[in-house]
Design a protein around this ligand. Structure first.
Ligand SMILES: [Zn+2]
Length: 418
């Protein structure tokens, strides 16, 4: 059945939006359409939803489990021991909690990297979201592990075709300090041959750069360039410790960056060189990272942190305007992830969020984008539509109580096993 959103504020005018299957069929005043599902858009604003380009969704189970530590202590003493007992079912349950949170905070797409691909994919598929999902590849420079990991990825790639088109397989070499050159080259070849995206954590800490210099005599991005890894299908998360030459390389190879400001601040990873990247017109998107280092998946909050942090880092309040960060969090994500969206227009996929304009945080309306970036919280998000399907209406998501109960239980059991 078609959906008709009536009397909604879209592109500065009160209009109707007709959705046919998964596509925006028409945006106009007073659309007459029989036999369709009516959504009352009065006092609501239709905007693009968020496209979160770096997550570890199932880490919702670790929310609040370990904070306020140095990154290596955090990983070795807390996160890895917790993950040791995690099962595919836990990943499925944790990912469902993440999906629920994303729907509630207006996100329709996430780019995920974690263990147990099928647990992750099943959650995204059932919850109605779009996702790029990769089974994280770590070989720790052991050739046997590398061989086994590559076989696992080849198998999963074939198996992943059973999920909805919304759920895409991606390849995910974790980072240059956990994956051998041989495997990195393999990932790149595999991605190019099969037309899939590649996710990697890159230049997140100063330590990573120092180690790369010691081992290869060059910086991380120079190293990846020299082994033929970089290209427009690479999404590099963090990218904090960059020199000018590396920024030029990112530009030349059209690498997509996922900026993760909250995680970078919380783990004190360093300062994201936004001003330089912006000047060079580098492809930038926004990501929350996982709930162990954020600790939520709220892109509204992430936009505000990103913008305020960029301003403080450069002591320049004109940097990263509300419009710039809003585009990074919405349009850029859709465009670079090759989703036929990124703009509310006829013929584009029906990915739409409705904002409650009577929420105090949206009043008055001098500048709607400013309200969204600097003022709004997810309490302003009323309805989330992904691929033409209403996933939340008036703040309600089907089955949310059960998802919350199962996730609480799974997290407690995992913590007890540590
Ligand atoms: Zn990450």
């Amino acid at each position: 059945m078609n959906t008709l959103i009536q009397n909604v504020l879209v592109h500065n005018e009160v209009q109707d939006i007709l959705i046919e299957k998964n596509i925006i069929k028409k945006i106009a005043k007073h659309i007459l359409e029989d036999n369709c599902n009516i959504v009352n858009g009065t006092d609501k604003l239709a905007i693009l939803p968020f496209y979160n380009t770096h997550t570890h969704a199932a880490m919702t189970l670790m929310r609040g489990y370990s904070d306020d530590l140095h990154v290596h202590q955090w990983l070795e003493k807390k996160i890895w021991p917790f993950e040791e007992n995690i099962s595919e079912e836990d990943v499925y349950i944790g990912s469902k909690l993440a999906c629920l949170e994303m729907i509630k905070t207006g996100t329709v797409y996430y780019n995920d990297m974690y263990w147990f691909f099928h647990g992750m994919a099943r959650a995204a598929d059932e919850m109605g979201l779009r996702a790029s999902i990769c089974a994280v590849l770590i070989d720790m420079f052991d050739s046997e592990t590398a061989k086994q990991q590559r076989e696992v990825n080849e198998t999963i790639f074939r198996e992943a075709k059973k999920y909805s088109d919304r759920v895409q397989f991606a390849i995910g070499p974790h980072a240059i300090y956990t994956v051998s050159e041989e495997s990195l080259r393999w990932c790149s070849d595999f991605a190019n041959e099969n037309n899939v995206m590649i996710n990697i954590h890159l230049s997140e800490t100063h330590h990573e750069v120092e180690e790369c210099m010691k081992k290869h005599g060059k910086r991380p991005i120079e190293y990846l360039k020299d082994i033929g890894f970089l290209g427009p299908n690479v999404i590099a998360a963090h990218c904090i410790w960059l020199d000018d030459n590396e920024i030029d390389i990112l530009k030349d190879y059209e690498v997509i960056l996922s900026h993760n400001p909250t995680s970078n601040m919380k783990l004190s990873s360093g300062v994201f060189p936004y001003e330089k990247l912006h000047k060079k017109n580098i492809k930038m998107t926004l990501g929350t990272d996982g709930c162990a280092s954020n600790n939520n998946l709220d892109m509204l909050e992430e936009m505000k942190f990103a913008s305020c942090k960029a301003k403080l880092d450069s002591m320049n309040p004109t940097l990263m305007s509300a419009e710039e960060i809003f585009n990074m969090a919405t349009r850029n994500g859709a465009e670079y992830m090759k989703i036929n969206g990124g703009v509310l227009e006829e013929g584009k996929v029906a990915d739409i969020v409705l904002i409650d304009l009577n929420n105090t945080m949206m009043v008055p309306r001098h500048n709607i984008i400013s309200n969204l970036v600097y003022s709004a919280t997810s309490s302003c998000i009323d309805t989330t539509i992904c691929n033409g399907k209403i996933l939340m209406e008036n703040g309600n998501v089907d089955g949310e109580e059960e998802i919350i109960a199962l996730a609480s239980e799974a997290a407690i059991k995992l913590a007890e096993k540590v």
